[in-house]
Design a binder for this molecule. Sequence first.
Ligand code: GTP
Ligand code: MG
Length: 271
Amino acid sequence: MTGSLTANGSAEEVDETRNGASTATDGDATTVDGDHVDGERDGEHYTFDDLSVVMGTYNEEEAIGTVLDDIERVTDGRAEVVCVDGSSDRTPEIARERGATVIEQEPQGYGVAVREAVLTPDRPVVVTTDCDDTYPMDRLPDFLEAVNDGADVVSGDRLYHGAKSMPAFNRFGNKAFAALASLLMGERVHDTTTGMRAYRREVVQDVGWTENTGLSAELLIRPLMRGYDVREEPIEYAERLGETKLDPIEGGAAIAKSIVTVCLEERLRRF
Ligand SMILES: Nc1nc2c(ncn2[C@@H]2O[C@H](COP(=O)(O)OP(=O)(O)OP(=O)(O)O)[C@@H](O)[C@H]2O)c(=O)[nH]1
Ligand SMILES: [Mg+2]
């Protein structure tokens, strides 16, 4: 059984035959072994009414107003917004004022918050973002379109356009994480640690998640290695508003460990 990773950076059209069904996708389609059978979709066409945008929020009062206003503007107020919040500043008040659902949680790290955030919605399409105004909410329509085109996971690739606003150390680290994951999966991925992705809800519900700081990488690697249709979508990446919540050294080591652990676990579960 096979799955596919499609990098939407190139415009070449290819036909790929999977599980006896023929599908056409944009970009270079390559396959990895997995166990997810991608059946024909029942002509579902999702709109913003089917979309939840979710995020962990931890003292993001400088940015949250802008991020939520952007989501409201781009989706005509139709997307649901869920914030899993550990803040001691005005972040949750600002979120509630703008109609978001706020779930309070003691701060325990990125992955603990984002795992709860992705598992909360009952809408069929879930998009993650950071609450720091780094990710382009203007691209939500493109992410939804890719899901409507058959993608199970659409992963925002910050490095495709160079990510010049990213600190050089982080850029180097993110490239190294992608190289490590690609090597271990036998499949080229370009950005394993991005915070902006769209998921079909079944994917986040069906896979068990174990990582904390490394959750972003896990959310890409497990679906890909299980044969889901995972596509990378180049995105612009902006400079952060407010303070980072990630220690680059400690966080980087945790992410590298998660990548190795998750890739090995996924290889072992094939036997
Ligand atoms: N609820 C909650 N949210 C968190 C926690 N840690 C991080 N976050 C949120 O998770 C998102 C990602 O954290 P960032 O600090 O942006 O981490 P990063 O993107 O790796 O680092 P930057 O490059 O500085 O943006 C942000 O929206 C944070 O507010 C936490 O312990 N609890
Ligand atoms: Mg961030």
